[in-house]
Design a protein around this ligand. Sequence first.
Ligand code: ZN
Length: 317
Amino acid sequence: MGESRTVGLVLDALFERHDTGPGHPEHAGRLRRVRETLTDSGLAKRCTRVEPAVADDADLQRAHAAEYIARIEQACNSGERLIDSMDTAICPESAGIARQAAGALGHLCDAVAKGDLSRGFAAVRPPGHHAERNLSMGFCLFNNVVVAARRLQAEHPIERVFILDWDVHHGNGTQHILEDDASVFYASVHQWPLYPGTGAANERGVDAGEGATLNCPLPPGADSDAFLGAIRDTILPAARSFEPEFVLVSAGFDAHRADPLAALEVDTEAYGEATRLLLELANDCCDGRFVSVLEGGYDLDALAATTQLHLETLLAH
Ligand code: ZN
């Protein structure tokens, strides 16, 4: 297929203005490093740049309670530095930047759904997968991937969305917001036990969504083979039976062996293979429609190497 099919990229310094304060692991330097790496390597130039867009209330309310959105904005406007928990830091601009993170991802998904782009990667922050309908958690304000999945279903002729969350932490917010809905299949491979404590293998969805949640917890020390094995042997067969029309990836890179926040032993190359596996799924089931969004990844060298390989793989396949 090669580069005649265009790859979209969200990469913008505005996401570095979400200021989490000194000593915070989810800091602006993460995205600065990703931006410099993808630019200096020449990869960014080979992509079609997708500009940030602002997620409006209708977008956000597909994932969050209206009172929650208002509460985040109020807290930012009044100069609070923390929201809901000690780990989720905000600055006056954070609500607006979080709206643009969700909006940029939505804009990229629109372009892929319409066929203007073949696939893409959104390097945004704040991340989203821990954000619950009515609660911020784990550095996350708005649940970017849920907002995107709901937008695809609401505004495009797409009914069935598959989300793979390969961040080392379980995406509690994504699971909980979607767990009673059979039209979005949520699968996660993550370290367990680890923050946030959810994501046991017996959490399989509730009510009408029973069976549309799949958790693959891995013990501390699990390596690339275990990580890729969970994706290849457990998650992808289930995803194929689901017959998705769009593949979304909550792409955290913190299962890497160098990451300071977790204890998996995944190496850089595994992220290239994981990307290839998901592109194969998208090509087989979804006419290639694939979009990934940055979640975690806290060792800057590892984050640079893995996001570079991820984007190289999107460009090459
Ligand atoms: Zn994480």
